[in-house]
Design a protein around this ligand. Sequence first.
Ligand code: SF4
Length: 344
Amino acid sequence: MINSSHPAADSGTAAHAVLRTLPRTGKIDWDGIRAIAAENGADPDETRMLCAMGAKLWNQVAPSFSDALTEVSLEYEIAPGVLLTGHADLIAVSGTSMRVGDWKTGRKDTNHSHQFKGYAAMALLATKDVQEATGTGLWVRDQEIENYTMSRADALAWKDSLVERVIDWDGVYHPGAQCKHCPRSHECEAANALVRRDIAALTDRSLLSRVECEMELMTDAEKVAIFQKADLVADYAARVREAVKKHVERHGDIVADGVRLTLDSQERRELDPLTAWPILEQLEFKDEDLARVMKLKISEIEQVIRERAPKGEKTHAVRKLGELLAASGAVTKTKTTNLKEKRA
Ligand code: SF4
């Protein structure tokens, strides 16, 4: 089975549905988000956040997507009997050039360059008068815009390369960083060989000492390669840990060589605020005490404000709340820093 669903994908689907009306109306239907999220089994807060980020990104590209069509089916016969199909989120034509846009709301699988090129090529080759097309990836979470501009000759060259590499494939696998997202990786010999090579490389003590002590002497290409290897191996290690955990959950502890693999559970206590509130009052909790023990969720506060405000004034009410909170100094921001692989 290669099509799976998970909460991030559901939020992405819901955000796509909300963002669909943006080119026509120029605004987000904030009041409709909850229903669309529910229809798609998505988290409403995550969907709302993605829509807000999508609207911000849209402001940067809106002029070049003037009068854009949305949800356009594309198809092109790249070889006799082989139809390439796609679904572009946005297409706008201006004179002899066109722009094809695709919203991207995911966190992972960051290399979609051939999808953007493919959409641009299909849209361009389906016309007679348009001479140039730009495939644009609109990366919502990263607020990034990824462009590939193609002439008709470029589009034909891309199509020929696809025919050569995919349709007339010579049977040689090309494993790489993409394999960690591939649902076939568990049965792919080429990927297994790559992982074996990467594990051997990473467990070589001389490499470890180079990374820990002589990183400055490595080229940037070597640094990227070693990071990708570590990422791939960590991913496989996490899958092994998860499989062992599932086995213990199903069949009980595993004991061998003086070691026991067992489940270690910890209970977390949670308080129901409405039930606990009168007790805290009875115990004479002051404002400062309450502030210490309470955690306010800004997305929930915004939702309460939205529900209370009359129709047509909801967005304004939420904006006003943001202004009041910011002006009062109630908002503090914390920053977390992670090392991440992104498009160069
Ligand atoms: S795991 Fe195998 S089939 Fe999947 S992308 Fe990698 S090389 Fe290709």
